[in-house]
Ligand binder design. Structure first.
Ligand SMILES: NC(=O)c1ccc[n+]([C@@H]2O[C@H](COP(=O)([O-])OP(=O)(O)OC[C@H]3O[C@@H](n4cnc5c(N)ncnc54)[C@H](O)[C@@H]3O)[C@@H](O)[C@H]2O)c1
Length: 317
């Protein structure tokens, strides 16, 4: 089924839609782009200039492929050309409900419509679809989708199995690593994990325990380095002596102590009060305004390409 996908419609070409488009182009697909924002063509071209060298560095990508996109002004007349739809409009339930209704109406039967939604489950925006909501699901990427392999595939209770399989196969064919959620939860998996870490980070900062700069370093010079190679289960296992029983050993040895930390964390959970948010913003700004943001996206892409190269050379899980 995924072999028949030659043309992808990218709906919404902001941060995420632009990056998806670059990936689709680099894999030889034709892309139709719909986004009503003024100046969108220029901003996409700028994005492409930065993203393409990173894509070229991560595989043999012919420059001529970068031209295979077309901006469309009218969904009604153009959407029938699409073999797959990736939706990347603003993350607002009412907005996605209306947009999905339109996408469902004008897309050919059986064509998968996948939303990049960061945390809104599809059951919250398929309600108005008249034609076939069973071919709609979430395909949540991580920024930037043209380089970071993860996609969370999140069906709603009515999504059919062919849609789930086609989406997974399509994403794999692009070199991505899809994971499948068995049930919808707000924020899905990866963003819930990030939210848990962010919540503790915000608490530590607003309580004055550490600076924002040191907190970021606690991630990038510590667990973040390891997380690029292995997730919590493999890492926990290594901490417990390694191998299949390492996890159990770690839970038995450290479980009681960790429960004590968790109780303290819950007691001091970030409360989102005006006062706490104001301290948080002030502390974050002190750190962030000391940084050089010039060319940050380019540097990020170069680092990601190198990390991915290293990772592809290992047999880590
Ligand atoms: N930014 C991230 O890190 C990230 C990561 C993963 C997923 N997402 C999700 O991707 C989606 C897009 O996020 P983003 O960060 O690219 O937002 P963005 O604001 O950068 O882009 C949204 C784009 O949608 C366009 N748009 C507005 N109305 C539209 C319409 N009627 N039809 C088509 N396009 C329309 C806007 O002009 C804008 O260019 C959201 O659902 C978001 O949650 C974002």
């Amino acid at each position: 089924m995924q072999d028949q996908i030659r043309t992808v419609a990218v709906i919404g070409c902001g941060v995420i839609g632009a990056s998806w488009t670059c990936l689709f182009l680099s894999r030889g697909l034709n892309v139709l782009i719909y986004d009503p924002a003024e100046g969108i063509r220029e901003s996409f071209e700028e994005y492409l200039q930065v993203a393409w060298p990173a894509l070229a560095a991560s595989g043999s990508v012919e420059d001529v492929l970068a031209k295979n996109y077309k901006f469309i002004d009218n969904l009604e007349s153009s959407l029938s050309e699409a073999d797959f739809v990736q939706e990347n409009g603003p993350e607002r339930p009412e907005f996605k409900q209306a947009l999905m209704e339109t996408l469902d109406r004008y897309t050919r039967p059986g064509v998968v419509i996948s939303s990049s939604s960061s945390g809104l489950p599809a059951s919250g925006f398929v309600g108005r679809c008249q034609k076939d909501p069973s071919r709609i699901l979430v395909g949540h990427p991580f920024n930037p989708p043209h380089l970071v392999p993860l996609v969370e595939v999140v069906p709603h209770p009515g999504t059919n199995t062919t849609t789930i399989r086609t989406a997974q196969e399509f994403y794999r064919s692009l070199g991505k690593k899809p994971i499948l959620l068995r049930r919808e939860v707000p924020g899905f998996v990866a963003n819930r994990l990030q939210a848990a870490i962010n919540s503790e980070a915000y608490s530590l900062i607003s309580r004055g325990i550490v600076s924002a700069e040191d907190l970021d370093r606690a991630v990038t010079s510590g667990p973040g380095l390891r997380w690029a190679l292995a997730g919590p289960f493999v890492m926990n296992s290594l901490g417990g002596g390694g191998g299949p029983n390492g996890f159990t050993q770690r839970i038995e040895r450290l479980g009681p102590a960790i429960r004590g930390w968790e109780e303290d964390m819950l007691k001091h959970r970030f409360d989102w009060s005006e006062e706490s948010v104001s301290v948080l913003k002030k502390e974050a700004l002190k750190w962030l305004e000391s940084l050089d943001w010039e060319g940050y996206n380019r540097k990020r892409d170069q680092m990601l390409v190198r990390l991915l190269e290293l990772d592809s050379g290992t047999s880590s899980p």
